[in-house]
Design a protein around this ligand. Structure first.
Ligand SMILES: Cc1cc2nc3c(=O)[nH]c(=O)nc-3n(C[C@H](O)[C@H](O)[C@H](O)COP(=O)(O)OP(=O)(O)OC[C@H]3O[C@@H](n4cnc5c(N)ncnc54)[C@H](O)[C@@H]3O)c2cc1C
Length: 459
């Protein structure tokens, strides 16, 4: 399915010549994502309306070329990489917030809106959009929906799937369809919005989203608790949940993550600690203060005597910025990074953390783990030298062992980054053949010619 000169000419007519490119620099820029893998497209288009998206997809069916939708390209599993060439469809010109309905707590947005821009826009109106991937400052709402992005607040508020209630989407065959609701309830027909969220751009191109909002919590408190042992920190997490307290965020970092991010951000993280928990509690002013104090007294015995509450919103913001900076900061540990995001039942976190540590000791590879301890979602990174094929092979074998252990503990191999190309080969470990076959039938029903984002998830 190569892209012919005729196809390029007709694409340029659809979106306008300035929004259609096959320049080397564009093909390079849009051939990468955060996985650092490289698959250049043959051309890049930047449509600005559902009608243009529809015309491109109709042409793709007629002339048989592939199309890969793309938001900001911050994906961690390669979902936006045009692995078989064809056209990269960049959705960043869909960048308008169309409506924020404060009476009904619903917003309508285009998919290219940056998540953080939207969060701040609703906050100005006293409202709250909880999904908060660490990439919120640069990822798009469309990319978040396609990946079902999560974030620190998942423990209390859920993930993107819990907030997308409707959408407009262009089918791979070119039809523009709308489904879902604008209301708090609605059960007519299949819940297609829920199916599309997390489908990684393989079933259609989202051109509009309807999102549920919440009232903005009145107040919050941020705590940092420091531990001598990772296992004790994990037990602290279990204590908090067992007490019936659900923080807005309950994040952890291991020693390697603490040292790396402190070297770059200098926010005063304890570089000699084995683990740190960052905890945010929200609610009314009285509630937040009361619950934060309860957490402090609960954890005091477990920490190494070092638990502090941020004294100002600036101090709290600095701590959260440090947490969000971990992933890019890890490049200091090696040129190669396998970045996984397994999820286990919360009560199994100590076992998982021990396993990861043992594998690090056994292989001598630097292993860094951090993540959303509150919902069992562990980001573990295996660092290696990209030039050293033996080390890379070893790193891959560690990943496979961690996946097997995760599944044995009743977990899942991806909590939020998705399958894409990075985990496609491991799908069969978690999903049974009959269910994979069912998923393939769904894909076929949406995309009989297989032109949308091929080579992903379902190989
Ligand atoms: C430093 C860093 C931190 C991160 N932290 C988190 C985190 O805390 N939680 C988390 O969940 N993820 C995180 N991520 C991963 C990534 O940011 C998310 O997966 C995000 O949702 C991707 O959005 P994007 O706009 O960059 O999409 P892209 O990477 O461009 O695309 C992702 C997928 O969405 C599809 N897609 C994009 N737009 C559309 C559309 N309009 N219609 C249909 N399909 C579309 C693409 O085809 C692709 O399959 C992080 C990434 C980085 C680099």
């Amino acid at each position: 399915m190569g892209l012919s000169p005729e196809a390029f000419e007709r694409l340029a007519k659809i979106v306008g010549t300035e929004y259609c490119s096959r320049l080397e620099e564009d093909r390079v820029c849009y051939g990468y994502d955060a996985t650092r893998r490289f698959f250049p497209p043959e051309a890049v288009v930047f449509p600005a309306s559902a009608r243009e998206v529809s015309a491109v997809l109709t042409l793709a069916n007629e002339l048989k070329f592939c199309v890969t939708p793309r938001g900001a390209g911050s994906g961690m599993s390669g979902g936006s990489l045009p692995v078989v060439g064809g056209v990269a469809m960049v959705m960043t010109r869909f960048d308008r917030i169309l409506n924020i309905d404060t009476d009904n707590l619903v917003a309508t947005v285009q998919p290219g809106v940056i998540t953080g821009v939207f969060q701040r826009a609703v906050e100005k109106k006293g409202l709250f959009y909880p999904p908060d991937p660490s990439s919120a400052d640069f990822s798009t709402l469309g990319g978040n929906a396609a990946e079902c992005a999560g974030g620190a607040s998942g423990i209390k508020y859920g993930v993107t799937r819990d907030y997308v209630i409707g959408m407009e989407m262009v089918l791979p065959t070119g039809e523009i369809v709308s489904f879902g609701v604008n209301t708090a309830k609605g059960v007519v027909g299949y819940d297609l919005a829920r199916l599309i969220v997390g489908s990684e751009g393989t079933l259609g191109v989202i051109t509009q989203l309807t999102l549920r909002l919440l009232p903005l919590p009145e107040s919050s408190r941020t705590l940092m608790a420091v531990f001598d042992r990772m296992e004790t920190a994990a037990e602290g997490v279990a204590d908090i949940i067992r007490e019936g307290i659900i923080p807005r965020a309950l994040e952890y970092m291991d020693n390697a993550a603490i040292r790396c991010v402190e070297a770059q951000k200098k926010v005063g993280l304890p570089v000699d600690a084995e683990a740190v928990l960052l905890i945010e509690i929200d609610g009314t002013e009285t509630e937040a203060e009361h619950l934060a104090r309860r957490v402090v007294s609960m954890l005091e015995g477990r920490t190494r005597g070092d638990i502090r509450m941020a004294k100002s919103s600036e101090e709290a913001a600095r701590l959260w910025q440090a947490r969000k900076a971990i992933s890019p900061a890890l490049r200091a540990y090696g040129t190669g990074k396998l970045n996984e995001d397994i999820v286990v039942p919360r009560s199994r976190i100590p076992e998982m953390v021990t396993k990861i540590r043992e594998l690090g000791e056994k292989t001598g590879l630097t292993m860094v783990s951090f993540g959303h301890a509150g919902d069992g979602n562990i980001h573990f990174n295996v660092m290696f030298d990209r030039e050293d094929a033996k080390q890379e092979k070893l790193a891959l074998s560690v990943v496979e062992e961690v996946f097997d252990h995760t599944l044995a503990l009743g977990g899942s191999i991806s909590g939020e980054h998705g399958v894409g190309v990075a985990k496609a080969l491991y799908m069969a470990k978690e999903i049974s053949p009959d269910v994979v076959a069912l998923m393939k039938r769904i894909k076929y029903a949406f995309d009989p010619a297989g032109i949308l984002n091929p080579g992903k998830m379902l190989l």
